[in-house]
Design a binder for this molecule. Structure first.
Ligand SMILES: CC(=O)N[C@H]1[C@@H](OP(=O)(O)OP(=O)(O)OC[C@H]2O[C@@H](n3ccc(=O)[nH]c3=O)[C@H](O)[C@@H]2O)O[C@H](CO)[C@@H](O)[C@@H]1O[C@H](C)C(=O)N[C@@H](C)C(=O)N[C@H](CCC(=O)O)C(=O)O
Ligand SMILES: Nc1ncnc2c1ncn2[C@@H]1O[C@H](COP(=O)(O)OP(=O)(O)OP(=O)(O)O)[C@@H](O)[C@H]1O
Length: 661
């Protein structure tokens, strides 16, 4: 994403402005790039000394791609000979990369209200909350972060949390060109250490929290903290908003030299006593999903606020976002309203399918560590009157130790588990699932209510099929990710899309030319989901003006064998729910048939057939125009194939094979 109108700058002006060494000649530059693969014709290639290589080693590639000049350090220049383009030097090119990029694009960041958010957790969520609040006064607001690079409605996938400085300033220029007046962005600790936000001065810089992470890069917690603190240097930010729930926040707030607002979001937090803003009276789970809370501020300010996402961590994120947006110029009440009305954040407790009649709430969350999984499940429990269905896996080629731990957490905090694949990468997917299941077994030795399923799309579909109204389905680990990495190949896959596809397939209605309506709900079943389907069958018949509601049922055993008493109850329920004709498939479901017959009012309306082939035969002979036929059963019965044939979608279709009875 670069602006459509490219600046044209004389290289000699750059040399002058930044005191560079070297001969510029008559060269005109039309872009800046730091990686040779990103070079476009006319670019200045900035060759940085890196952790593994020196960018100068790629200068020839850059020139071949159209770079018209190179900026590097003396070490880099020493590696370059006969490049054919001007080579300029400066002792620390990384420090100049941001300012040079800002200069090149004409300081576009100065025309935007800029908010930068750092912290170990909550950056993405807080960033979207802030953007939603900024939109109240800045109709066109940009977002830069892990999920996407967005300007208004236009968005592209983001290569990382914080892009390199030339990309960032190019984005600011694009935002300005499109008429945007504000931008909220995530600033990672890597970005701060590597000066990716050089040349930017934020109107407000925010800190969420600091937890153990990335120590391979930052050395120790002190180094990690120091890198985060760079965002709050006076040349980088005008004001700070610091969450003081942890000691690191308290320390940061005491050290910054710019005006600071401290926010404490739970009583007993490290900086509660002296905080400028405090969250009191947080009530989670109101409105069915989000939370409400009171935010008390300086001078007796007190507002009722809300987080649209579940869980106490999102109360924290929402409170910080309100204060940030307010300090960025949004009146407090508008900041509160903006955050409360924030749209779904891709992959962060994202509500993909809302709870409704006959429909469970379906969420996507990015939690892929034990702590995050715990938080996510704890957040969802209070908004789940029924069962909590978790679909999850764990990454391959990453921390193996966390797999059984996550299995244990899942077994403790969720009701139904569908164990599947995340990004197996080079590992054997089944081995990763087995390791998770080891943890599950430690809590549930009998693996009750646990299903193991691959691929992930199928796992999600089954998870949804197993849930009924009042339940919540949550799929964790991949969040917004657009791909799934299996054996070195990136397949297009996204949890949100998988939900929507599964929804479309979960109650597939086909009206055949002969007037028979087939409802395919045959992918998975439990007694509860079968009962819900029977209820819906009757509605379907009535709404379509159908004559008979016909149910073809196999044992609903996807979560394990179903006791005879439950099967019996299901048969009785079918009669009471107004099913006109019941076909029970398989000896293991016999009790459904028996229950229906014993319910009394049924006389010959229930039949038992031994298998799918017999069912197929029976249906070919008995269906007649006006029938609305539901096919539902556990996966082991394989009724999906029968439903496909019945609907005329698979070879060997039944339609017309037999006469009407
Ligand atoms: C650990 C880290 O952050 N490394 C960054 C660092 O790479 P490096 O010093 O190892 O670079 P190098 O491979 O030695 O190469 C030296 C120079 O040659 C250039 N080069 C290299 C190869 C080539 O083919 N062509 C080319 O021009 C590179 O752009 C670089 O300027 O400098 C490069 C550019 O100057 C960055 O692209 C690179 O980020 C890599 C891609 C990366 O994966 N970073 C991750 C860890 C990251 O930044 N993550 C944070 C989020 C963390 C979190 O919160 O989870 C983020 O903001 O996304
Ligand atoms: N304020 C918070 N404190 C602790 N955990 C949080 C907080 N906010 C969110 N989380 C948890 O961290 C996970 C990631 O949230 P989010 O994406 O907003 O953070 P992030 O800092 O952007 O992380 P990443 O860079 O990995 O995306 C979520 O699954 C959530 O459970």
């Amino acid at each position: 994403m670069r602006p459509a109108s490219r600046p044209r700058r004389h290289l000699s002006h750059l040399v002058e402005a930044f005191g560079l060494a070297g001969e510029a000649g008559e060269v005109t530059v039309t872009g800046v790039a730091v990686g040779s693969a990103d070079v476009q014709p006319g670019d200045l290639f900035v060759a940085l000394p890196g952790l593994r290589a020196h960018g100068a080693d790629y200068a020839a590639d850059a020139v071949a791609a159209g770079a018209v000049a190179v900026l590097t350090d003396d070490g880099g220049a020493g590696r370059l000979a006969g490049l054919g383009v001007p080579v300029l030097t400066t002792p620390a090119p990384r420090s100049l990369l941001g300012p040079v990029s800002a200069w090149f694009y004409g300081e576009p960041g100065r025309d935007l209200t800029l908010v930068g958010i750092t912290g170990t957790n909550g950056k993405t969520t807080t960033c979207y909350f802030v953007a939603a609040a900024l939109e109240r006064r800045h109709p066109l607001t940009g977002v830069v972060g892990t999920v996407e690079l967005r300007v208004g409605e236009e968005s592209i996938e983001s290569p990382r949390t914080t892009v390199e400085a030339p990309v960032l300033h190019g984005l600011f220029a694009l935002m300005r060109e499109r008429g945007a007046t504000a931008c909220a962005m995530e600033v990672s600790s890597h970005a701060l250490a590597l000066e990716r936000v050089g040349g930017v001065q934020f109107d407000v810089a925010a800190f969420t929290n600091l937890q153990r992470d990335h120590l391979d890069f930052h050395g120790d917690m002190e180094g990690y903290f120091r890198d985060k603190a760079r965002l709050f240097a006076p040349e980088r930010a005008r004001r700070a908003v610091v969450c003081v729930d942890d000691e690191w926040g308290v320390r940061l707030a005491s050290e910054v030299e710019i005006p600071v607002d401290t926010v404490a979001t739970r009583e007993g937090a490290a900086g509660w006593a002296g905080a400028d803003w405090r969250v009191t009276a947080a009530t989670i789970g109101l409105d069915g999903v989000g939370s409400t809370f009171t935010l008390e501020g300086p001078g007796g300010v007190r507002v009722e606020a809300a987080s649209p996402l579940p869980g106490l961590v999102n109360v924290s994120n929402a409170a910080v976002a309100v204060v940030v947006a307010h300090r960025a110029g949004i009146p407090l009440d508008e900041a509160v309203a903006g955050v409360a009305g924030a749209h779904a954040i891709p992959g962060r407790m994202e509500r993909v399918i809302e709870r409704g009649p006959g429909q469970a709430l379906c969420l996507v969350d990015y939690a892929h560590t034990p702590d995050a999984l715990t938080l996510a499940l704890e957040a969802v429990r209070p908004i789940t009157p029924g069962r909590l269905v978790l679909v999850f896996g764990s990454d391959g080629d990453r921390d193996q130790g966390k797999r059984p731990i996550m299995g244990e957490i899942a077994a403790r905090l969720a009701d139904v588990l569908v164990v599947t694949d995340e990004n197996p990468r080079s590992e054997e997917p089944a081995a990763i699932r087995a390791s998770i299941l080891d943890g599950v077994r430690a809590v549930r030795p009998d693996l009750r209510d646990v299903v193991e399923l691959s691929p992930r799309s199928e796992a999600l579909r089954v998870g949804m099929e197993l849930a009924v109204e009042g339940d919540t389905v949550i799929v964790t680990g991949k969040g917004h990710e657009p791909t799934q990495e299996i054996a070195g190949v990136f397949h297009r896959y996204n949890d949100r899309d998988a939900y929507l596809t599964a929804l479309a397939q979960s109650w597939q209605v086909t009206v055949r030319p002969d007037g028979v309506t087939v409802v395919d709900a045959a992918h998975a079943a439990t007694p509860d989901s079968t009962r819900a389907a029977l209820r819906r069958l009757r509605r379907e018949r009535d709404e379509r003006g159908g004559t008979r509601a016909v149910a073809v049922l196999a044992a609903p055993d996807d979560l394990g064998p179903v006791p005879v008493t439950e099967l019996d109850a299901l048969g009785r329920a079918a009669v009471r729910l107004g099913v006109d004709k019941l076909l029970v498939v398989g000896e293991d479901a016999r009790a459904v048939h028996v229950g229906a017959v014993q319910e009394g009012s049924f006389d010959g309306e229930s039949e038992l057939v031994p298998d799918r082939a017999a069912a197929q035969d029976w249906l070919a002979r008995h269906l007649r125009p006006g029938d609305v036929v539901l096919v539902k059963g556990g996966r082991s019965a394989g009724l999906a194939e029968l439903a496909g044939k019945l609907a005329g979608k698979l070879a060997g279709e039944l339609a017309g094979e037999g006469g009407a009875a």
